[in-house]
Design a protein around this ligand. Structure first.
Ligand code: ATP
Length: 491
């Protein structure tokens, strides 16, 4: 990461704290590593992103329904899903600094330094070799790759590494108060993904909502991973939120549905008005044995291009595993006629296309994309600056600030009238304090797209000054038109 990128990232983190978006968890006790709390504007923004996703999935697709499954699940779920045995990352420790690294992160970090030095080809072949070795789980050769490239620890500067080991990322806890001879009897896990809550409810949902394949089940909720290295603010957390959708399809149609969702999910991102050049796909080389295709949607964060969402074609792996472990059939009867046989397709376990996005990561994406420190050239030849969050109006925490120019002459009463008219429809903010310029700056900093000033002319002709966050332009419009204007911008 260049110094400029690092500075921008640090500025965003500081801004997020100063304006009540994100705080470190239990900060008064010096915080808890990789756990964060969302403040007044942060929780509003997070909710708006979640709602925007939820609406695009459920309301806009007649064949997708939602659920809200519990965080705790029967422990066998995680045996069946493969998480107990396989949900681990290869890690390595530096013996001198005692610092622990995820092997792929260590090598990728080194590749970044090669790219910065112009040695792009060397970096690419290193990454290819790494992916191939990771796919084979050849940890001896992976360690040799680290040694051959003289990849050192950023703290100690040495290459004194331990062997590579697997580290399971699931958090365990005890369930209930019943003593047992076997302590394993009471163990439950904090779910490391929301998807399994969807899989185990597949038939409940299909039957009760009378869904026909192809159909989807969407869910948002907390997930927990004991990440080996959890840095980079809310990019990688130990407690985070996911927004996942499993789309159940007839076997043989998964290729076309994978293509559909890969494209549809990128379009969802672009529908927020974000520049397409900041996105790219990363098609996976290393596929899980059951996976048919997989890709990430990557965004250019201040820390470089990184994954924000994954789209995976998972075959019938999850449902088949649950059928095996639960001994309950997970089949669907498809009454549609197969034109090649003239008979119904009949019973099968559907194939699944999964779309999985981190809500916190999407939040960071929005903040990174929105944050701007702007130099303003003033009419008198001097300059000023402002920090502005150019958050899309449809997800901005506050949509409209209502600002009476003075605290007297009936202006607050008129402003209150506008507040009362708009409040039921979208989030408004009222403020009388300080000079108007200062009040505008505060709204810029939290990303409010519209400010309306009520002044003496309002009393005479019912007009107000509306000021646009992004252009800072102002115009007079009828107060009676404000609500409509804001609502149009939110569509
Ligand atoms: P990574 O390679 O970054 O660890 P992953 O491939 O393990 O991520 P998935 O299991 O596919 O991630 O999870 C889907 C999405 O959940 C990711 O695209 C990301 O947005 C989000 N996510 C995963 N782990 C975390 C985390 N520790 N903190 C925040 N978001 C996360």
């Amino acid at each position: 990461m260049s110094t400029q990128q690092e500075n921008r990232f640090q500025a965003i983190i500081a801004h997020a704290k100063e304006y009540g978006f994100v705080f470190q968890s239990s900060e008064i006790y010096d915080g808890l590593s990789a756990v964060y709390d969302y403040g007044p504007y942060g929780s509003e923004l997070k909710k708006n992103i979640r709602d925007y996703w939820w609406k695009s999935m459920t309301q806009m697709h007649e064949n997708i329904v939602g659920i809200d499954a519990a965080i705790f699940m029967h422990p066998t779920t995680w045996k069946a899903s493969g998480h107990v045995d396989n949900f681990s990352d290869p890690m390595i420790d530096n013996k001198d600094s005692k610092k622990r690294y995820r092997v792929d992160h260590l090598i990728e970090g080194f590749a970044d330094t090669l790219i910065a030095k112009g040695e792009t080809q060397k970096a690419e072949s290193l990454l290819q070799e790494m992916e191939a070795l990771l796919a084979k789980e050849d940890f001896v050769a992976l360690k040799q790759l680290i040694l051959d490239n003289k990849i050192s620890c950023s703290i100690s500067g040495t290459t004194n590494w331990t062997d590579i080991r697997q580290f399971n990322l699931m958090f365990k806890t005890e369930f209930g108060a019943v003593a047992s001879d076997n302590p394993d009897d009471n163990i439950v896990y904090l779910r490391p993904e929301t998807a399994q809550g969807i899989f185990v409810n597949f038939l409940n949902v299909q039957k009760t909502a009378r869904m026909k394949v192809p159909f989807g089940i969407a869910q948002t909720g907390k997930a927990f991973r004991n990440e080996i290295v959890a840095r980079q603010f809310i990019f990688r957390m130990r407690e985070f939120e996911q927004m996942e959708m499993q789309f159940f399809v007839r076997p043989g149609t998964e290729g076309e549905w994978y293509k559909y969702w890969k494209e549809a999910r990128l379009q969802w991102h672009l529908s927020l008005g974000i520049d397409a050049s900041k996105y790219r796909y990363h098609d996976h080389v290393k596929l899980a044995h059951y996976a048919k295709e997989a890709c990430d949607i990557e965004f250019e964060f201040p820390i470089g291009f990184k994954e924000v969402e994954g789209i995976h074609s998972r075959s019938d792996f999850d449902l088949s595993q649950h059928q095996l472990y639960s001994k309950k059939k997970q089949q669907y009867y498809d009454a549609d006629v197969d034109p090649s046989t003239g008979k119904p397709y009949g019973n099968y376990i559907p194939y699944v296309i999964e779309t999985s996005i981190g809500l916190d990561r999407m939040f960071l994406l929005i903040l990174s994309n929105a944050y701007d420190e702007e130099i303003i050239n003033k009419e008198d030849g001097t300059t000023d600056s402002r920090a502005v969050l150019r958050i899309p109006a449809k997800i901005a925490p506050v949509k409209l600030a209502v600002l009476p120019l003075t605290k007297k002459d009936g202006l607050p009463e008129l402003a209150r009238e506008l507040m009362d008219e708009c409040k039921p429809f979208f989030h408004c903010f009222y403020e009388e304090k300080d000079a108007i310029g200062k009040r505008y700056r505060r709204q810029d900093a939290i990303g409010t797209p519209f400010c309306v000033t009520i002044d003496h002319q309002t009393k005479e002709d019912g007009t107000v000054t509306i000021r646009y966050r992004d252009t800072m332009q102002q115009e007079r419009i009828l107060m009676s038109k404000v609500r409509e204007l804001v609502m149009e911008a939110m569509m």
